[in-house]
Design a binder for this molecule. Structure first.
Ligand code: AHG
Ligand code: MN
Ligand code: MN
Length: 341
């Protein structure tokens, strides 16, 4: 008798699309190709730990080729997998300054993929979870020339048609939404498939955890300090102090808080006058996770209002980020936005 395998991502997407007669296969193809990229990166991430431990090959792999840094490698894997499918008009990556064009030999489509190929890459060498983050938009103009596509790319996050991330952790998990619930799929290495493991994820309304790089305390303004002080202050009624968890990979910190509740913060700071908006990028990090958290019942803010409503001015712009359980993020807004009652 055949073994019951479980629900694959594509099976899941197809069943969702059957309820939408306007849906085309384009979307399924994009997600399918992304899962292949994720499997390749996952394999490489696992091997990287081994290579580092052994310290063996250094810069040269068994084929005598230069071993690329994993973030560069991951970037190339995503581009290679996504450019040929005929569904994208361009891509935007954290690792590439300009928009990425689709080579002439491939057909172009109407979707735009923005991505952080490897998030938390400073954690690679120490076997701490890292990930990939992506958002998908639909083109609004009729342009096909890369030189005129930037305004199609710079849409507010609310216009994303799908978003997701992959965490390469104790297992590899892919979480995505198309606006119809948030669903998680765990990679089963023995069959090489992502199978549904977390259906319809809902983030708790209020958490018990705050996640922030507190070494920036000296660089924060008074409001930000007051907010973090609040989470640390003892108060039985509001179940404080909160506990603190910070891995240093946004995707991993976010995933933990998505499942367990809590707030992740990367506030604005005064460390570098050229980066007054903190460290994280609006388009490839904040917006995709903001879409995910919204459809799981949570909220993402820049301290003043919804991340998803910010109209981007440039592909790599940074944004202060407060994301997670709704009540906790609304509270952060009260501190930062000065609307505290
Ligand atoms: P990336 O590896 O894509 O450049 O992103 C790193 C980011 C994010 O993953 C994490 O939350 C943050 O950097 C950590 O920054 P700090 O070391 O300043 O805390
Ligand atoms: Mn990142
Ligand atoms: Mn990155």
């Amino acid at each position: 008798m055949a073994e019951k395998v479980g629900t694959t991502i594509i099976q899941h997407l197809l069943s969702q699309q059957r309820e939408k007669p306007e849906a085309t296969g384009a979307f399924t193809q994009i997600i399918n190709e992304l899962t292949i990229a994720a499997k390749v990166i996952s394999r490489e991430v696992n091997q990287a730990g081994l290579v580092d431990v052994l310290g063996a090959t250094g810069d040269v792999n068994v084929q005598g080729e230069q071993v690329q840094k994993l973030d560069v490698f991951s970037n190339q894997v995503v581009i290679d997998r996504m450019q040929h499918i005929g569904q994208l008009c361009c891509m935007g990556s954290e690792e590439v300054a300009d928009l990425i064009d689709i080579p002439d030999k491939y057909p172009k489509g109407n979707y735009i993929l923005v991505f952080d190929p490897l998030d938390g890459s400073s954690n690679i060498d120490v076997n701490v979870s890292i990930g990939t983050i992506f958002g998908i938009y639909k083109k609004v103009s009729n342009e096909t020339d890369i030189n005129f596509l930037l305004s199609d790319v710079l849409q507010p996050g609310i216009k994303q048609v799908a978003a997701g991330y992959i965490v390469y952790g104790s297992s590899t998990i892919m979480v995505y939404t198309t606006g119809n619930g948030v669903h998680g799929f765990t990679l089963i290495p023995s069959i090489g498939e992502f199978l549904l493991s977390h259906e319809n994820i809902r983030i708790p309304e209020k958490g018990k955890t705050y996640s922030v790089n507190e070494s920036n305390y000296a660089y924060w303004d008074e409001k930000t300090r007051a907010l973090i002080d609040y989470f640390k202050t003892k108060d039985r009624d509001t179940k404080r102090p909160y506990t603190s968890r910070y891995v240093g990979s946004l995707v991993a910190d976010f995933h933990r808080n998505l499942l367990k509740g809590g707030i992740f913060m990367y506030p604005a700071d005064l460390k570098d006058p050229k980066k007054p908006n903190g460290k994280l990028r609006l388009m490839v990090e904040a917006n995709p996770l903001a879409m995910i958290v919204k459809h799981a019942g949570g909220y993402a803010s820049n301290g003043y209002g919804p991340i998803l409503e910010i109209k981007p001015d440039e592909l790599h712009q940074r944004v202060p980020l407060y994301i997670g359980s709704k009540q906790d993020v609304l509270l952060a807004e009260k501190f930062i936005g000065g609307k505290r009652t």
